[in-house]
Design a protein around this ligand. Structure first.
Ligand code: FES
Length: 102
């Protein structure tokens, strides 16, 4: 059943930065894009690099391993070598709590 699960506090996620969290067996990257929080799979589809450790440039995040890029809002891959998108998840804020739809 799909439901929202608390995964972090917004204050933990730096402005235009990301953190990695584990929730229910999934590794997620939480990104703070100009104050708006997004959640996407943390595991790069190319060779499993941690996207949450990548650089954010505009609305894209770059995998730290081989520099594939992904649209933070949609998960679409925008630069190879990855050739698959990453999943994204709905996010809601309850006060400072970041909840992700799992
Ligand atoms: S693991 Fe991400 S680009 Fe290779």
């Amino acid at each position: 059943m799909v439901r929202f699960v608390e995964v972090a506090n917004k204050s933990q996620i730096p402005q235009n930065g990301a953190i990695g969290v584990e929730v229910e067996g999934k590794s997620l990257a939480l990104v703070n894009l100009n104050g708006e929080i997004f959640a996407l799979d943390d595991t790069c589809p190319h060779a499993a690099g941690p996207l949450s450790e990548g650089e954010i440039d505009g609305e894209e995040i770059t995998c730290p391993w081989h520099h594939s890029r992904f649209d933070i809002r949609t998960g679409h891959v925008t630069m190879d070598p990855a050739d698959e998108d990453v999943a994204t998840y709905r996010v809601r804020l309850v006060g400072d709590a970041v909840e992700v739809e799992i």
